[in-house]
Write a protein that binds this ligand. Structure first.
Ligand code: PSU
Ligand code: MN
Length: 309
């Protein structure tokens, strides 16, 4: 463990004893959902982990301190004062630490800090990926490259159709990232279990995922693994959702939204256009993923203990 990483006491104790820890990201708190729902959801995800016997570690840069295990006050601060909290991908971590600023970590940046802190399993909602029109804009999320280089297992509900999901899946193959369906055989499209993309690898239990992860760490080339799990059913109108996504995409183009602003813009417009339903789905799947991630973290810790003992 690096002295420069700030751990909460429960996370530090769990890591020292080899007990399972689940990493959670902070961008979804500061820039993915509005207050106070973002705070409730972040705490709800932490509760899911605890109920499964796993210590949650929400990750972010707090006043320049790379933190693995944000406190309740820090989570509330990120949720309430989100306008003053930067969005950090890997390249932004150093500048934010140097400036002593507050930064919410994306999937990629959360993986980077989780790995430095010694946390192997991370649960989130959806990953960033290849944007629609990326053949012209080159807008491909840093999350994908991070998955290829950093050995952290990421549990998510696939990718949102604000992205080109098929191109995202192809790119994960190019980068050598295994995508494992947890109790599903299709890549989920975040709001719906269906994308039409069949997965090559599936696992039925946390133990099966733990076995794959252990083998991937030995022989898979040193990068991460993506475990996808379908979202809980909340009865969302797929047609209305697709229309909202198409409209948001065109608006973003017309307004010249670019760079790091693209994903938050699309997320908030789609939520506005679909009103409550997409948000309900979002919160349900975040909590579900935290539960799945926690059970996987536990199975990995049990497997490691068995191998040692
Ligand atoms: N997709 C979602 N919700 C989110 C994000 C993505 O459905 O909150 C966030 C995650 O933190 C992800 C980031 O890592 O957006 C990707 O941003 P970008 O496309 O700028 O790399
Ligand atoms: Mn981007």
């Amino acid at each position: 463990m690096l002295p420069d990483i700030f751990f909460s006491p429960p996370v530090f104790a769990a890591l020292s004893d080899g007990r399972p820890v689940l990493a959670l990201e902070s961008t979804v708190i500061a820039h993915g959902l509005p207050a106070p729902l973002n705070i409730d959801t972040a705490l709800g995800m932490e509760s899911e982990a605890r109920e499964a016997g796993v210590v949650p570690a929400t990750i972010g840069v707090v006043a320049g301190r790379p933190t693995v295990g944000m406190t309740l006050e820090e989570i509330e601060h990120f949720g309430r004062e989100s306008a003053t909290v930067r969005k950090l991908s890997r390249r932004d971590i150093g500048p934010c630490v140097a400036a002593g600023g507050d930064g919410a970590t994306t999937v990629g940046a959360t993986m980077a800090l989780a790995h430095l802190g010694g946390v192997e399993v991370f649960a989130t909602g959806g990953i960033g990926g290849v944007h629609r029109g990326a053949h012209l804009s080159w807008d491909v999320s840093g999350d994908l490259r991070e998955l290829s280089r950093t050995p952290v297992l990421v549990v998510c509900a696939g990718a949102k159709s604000i992205l080109d999901i098929r191109a995202t899946y192809e790119h994960l193959e190019t980068l050598g990232v295994p995508v494992v369906g947890y109790q599903c055989d299709e890549f989920p499209a975040f709001y719906t279990p269906k994308s039409g993309i069949r997965l090559d690898h599936t696992a039925d239990s946390p133990e099966a995922v733990a076995k794959m992860w252990t083998a991937h760490r030995k022989f898979g080339g040193g990068g991460g693994m993506l475990v996808v799990t379908p979202p809980p059913e909340v009865g969302i109108d797929a047609q209305a959702l697709n229309a909202a996504i198409d409209a948001a995409f065109i608006e973003a183009e017309l307004k010249g939204v670019a760079g790091q602003g693209v994903t938050p813009y699309l997320l908030s417009r789609v939520t506005e256009l679909t009103e409550g339903k997409s948000r309900e789905a979002n919160i349900a799947l975040l909590k579900n993923n935290a539960g799945v991630g926690a059970r996987i973290a536990k199975a990995i810790a049990d497997l490691a203990e068995g191998l040692e003992g």
